[in-house]
Design a protein around this ligand. Structure first.
Ligand code: FES
Length: 240
């Protein structure tokens, strides 16, 4: 799709339909090296063909092995896991922000909202042009890059502000922490609903190890990204 960025499609022989924002944990079935399962967010699901997909960045042994799999290979998947995005209230305008590999869940959300009759607008940000998955971005998407080599120069939030954020907007985001934090702050300032899918290190992926905990404002103090998330209302989280 872009430099070191791949999309994999796989058959989904389960009645448990994945939702945008949910994830699965994966291990190459014929290998115990690397041993640990890795979490990946769904980037799509097609009920007719019973196929799901995900987008990943090749940056270690697991993802290098994944990128070398051929058609018909078997992978060992546990999912769908976690809590996905909730649709906006009727009449609201979904503005979707994706940064880097956070594109996967946002692309899935975009397709899902379109199928429900919403008209989402997608903003995509990357460090530089070679990382932009141009062919997979929906028509009308706003592209921005840190170095100005593709689309607008600047951040996704800069682009949203320049385009104008309507009072009826509902914000959705997945990407690097600073991007989510900036969008959460803007949503708070404008009193807009904002849901974020956070990218957190995970070990067990099923709520047992607390390794994915994030700070929340309520009496729980911490919430597990793999069970209570990875999608949270931005106002629930403490943004350090
Ligand atoms: Fe173990 Fe979330 S990854 S509790």
């Amino acid at each position: 799709m872009a430099d070191n960025t791949f999309e994999m499609e796989f058959s989904w022989p389960s009645d448990d339909v994945p939702l945008p924002g949910q994830f699965f944990s994966l291990r190459c079935a014929d290998s115990t090296d690397p041993l640990l399962r890795r979490p990946f967010a769904f980037s799509g699901f097609n009920a007719h063909s019973a196929r799901a997909s995900f987008i990943y960045l090749r940056r270690g042994r697991s993802t290098t092995l994944l990128s070398q799999l051929g058609v018909g290979a078997q992978i060992d998947i546990l999912g769908p896991l976690g809590k996905g995005f909730s649709p906006p209230a009727a009449g609201r305008m979904p503005l979707l922000a994706a940064g880097g590999i956070g594109f996967g869940p946002i692309l899935f959300l975009y397709d899902h909202l379109m199928s429900q009759g919403f008209s989402p607008r997608l903003f995509y940000g990357a460090r530089t042009a070679s990382l932009v998955p141009r062919d997979r971005l929906p028509q009308g998407s706003i592209i921005c890059s840190d170095d100005g080599s593709s689309g607008r120069a600047g951040t996704v939030l800069d682009a949203m502000v320049a385009e104008g954020i309507p009072e009826s907007a509902s914000l959705y985001a997945c990407g690097p922490g600073p991007m989510l934090k900036a969008l959460a702050a803007k949503a708070g300032q404008l009193a807009l609903p904002c849901q974020v899918a956070i990218e957190q290190h995970m070990a067990c992926g099923v709520g047992a190890c607390m390794g994915c905990s994030v700070k929340v404002k309520d009496e729980r103090k911490f919430a597990r990204a793999c069970v209570e998330g990875p999608v949270f209302n931005a106002e629930e989280l403490i943004w350090d």
